[in-house]
Design a protein around this ligand. Structure first.
Ligand code: GRF
Length: 197
């Protein structure tokens, strides 16, 4: 399956997803990176791995529909089967959703439905929760609300700081996301075979 990753930031998840696809028979290939931030570090990582990438901001377009239409046409051109959000800091609008519903995944640094939206780690610490986690889910038109695919709980210890908790969360993310992508990509395969017969 041909995967596109959308990312706005550092891209540590991008890197772990690409690496996992290259060391095992993962059943997916990351063929494209899109970033809405032309200076994002994830673009350097794509270069390092020789993965095709584009970066442009919605500000360069008259509205979100124009912006997403451009992104959608790139996805179609590259024959993308599955879109993987990895730190993409925007909501997916109806233009892309209509074409890719059920084929867009996201990872969120909490045990959803707890702590949706921005700064999930800060929210968990501020609320003095005993645990938080990581969730991989399909994307719908809400903020971190789509059907959950996989979740892992992570305990918050008394001595945890923002940094230590973030480190634990990222370690889990870097294992969980590649595995979950492989299993979703596998299921897409079954569907394709059925519809082909
Ligand atoms: C991850 O923690 C992810 O859960 C959230 O954004 C962060 C992206 O980190 N959606 P990175 O850019 O993959 O390092």
């Amino acid at each position: 399956k041909r995967i596109a990753i959308f990312a706005s930031g550092s891209g540590s998840n991008f890197e772990s997803i690409v690496q996992a696809s290259r060391v095992q028979e993962s059943g997916y290939e990351v063929v494209y990176l899109f970033s809405d931030r032309p200076k994002a570090f994830v673009l350097e990582r794509a270069k390092k791995f020789g993965i095709e990438a584009d970066a442009f901001s919605p500000k360069d377009f008259s509205d979100k529909i124009e912006y997403e239409s451009k992104v959608l046409s790139l996805l179609q051109e590259k024959k993308i089967d599955l879109v993987v959000l990895a730190g993409y800091m925007r909501l997916i609008g109806p233009t892309i959703l209509r074409e890719f519903e059920g084929r867009i995944m996201n990872i969120h640094p909490s045990y959803l439905p707890a702590f949706p939206g921005k700064d999930a780690i800060g929210q968990a610490l501020d609320s003095a929760a005993l645990d938080t986690g990581v969730t991989v889910h399909f994307v719908d038109d809400g903020m971190d609300t789509g059907p959950i695919i996989e979740q892992v709980k992570i305990q918050i210890e008394k001595q945890d700081t923002y940094e230590s908790l973030q480190e634990k969360i990222q370690k889990v993310e870097h294992e969980l996301y590649p595995k979950t992508i492989a299993s979703v990509a596998g299921r897409l395969g079954e569907h394709d075979q059925k519809s082909a017969t």
